[in-house]
Design a binder for this molecule. Sequence first.
Ligand code: 13P
Length: 295
Amino acid sequence: MQSLRDLLQEAQKNGVAIGHFNISDLVLLKAVFAGAQELKLPVLVGLSEGEREFVGVRQIAALVKSLREEFDYPIFLNADHTHSLAKGVEAAKAGFDSIVFDLSALPFEENIRQTKQAVEALKAINPSMLVEGEIGDIGTGSEIHDHAPDLKKGLSTPAEAKQFVDGTGVDILAPAVGNMHGMLMSMVEGETKKHLDIERIGAIKKAAGVFMTLHGGSGTDDGDLHKAIAGGINIVHVNTELRVAWRHGLEQGLAKHPEEVVPYKILPPAVDAVKEVVLSRLRVFNGGRHFAQGV
Ligand code: 13P
């Protein structure tokens, strides 16, 4: 089976991006896997520190490994938004394929210093683990926000991106390019969309020369996503859209069976609702195409 690094290289060559979907229960994992399988596309599932706390670090590693082995399928596991080396080491030891080591809230020089240390420590545990570093400000929380944060001051520059990549040795860079975590209610209702600074993405890619991730994918305009991927984005993260679908699906399941107590009879609409989002986002990330050789 191809490694995550190989698949990222292939995505880059083909002008497509790998979908990264956050999960925090079995409904979400089943839905993400079913969506990826239906389109025969590799997929990344990610869990933030909070999501890992709920599911269990070794438990999710065992589940994803079991899917990979039983179905001989390229499903990979990412330790999303990890803020301390101790949590990173825990994920590396459990067998995670990649990590987002996120010290973007620290002063820039300190972010470089500590991210470099983390790259060295994590690769000593697992040399094939891909380490992503994050710069700039894209807000926090895959939730529905009342107000959009002012992201203008936290945008990343090509010079910063190069300095960060050269100074840390990260495999993947997550820059701030107009993206933000979470959605406004107007985005949930489909009335407004997030827009990206496409020119900045291209300039940062040229300067940094590494794989790049777009965080905060939920609610982003499809056309902007196509252009961002053409400009050098290799992974797109989606969380809030899945959470919204999960809740709607769960409400439907409960409404349909008001007296039911059997979870596997209540939960299928939640799996279906999340899977629909995964399918539609994966289609956008792949511009309607599948990987050349499929899965
Ligand atoms: P959204 O919740 O905006 O999709 O962002 C998800 C994300 O970037 C997780 O790392």
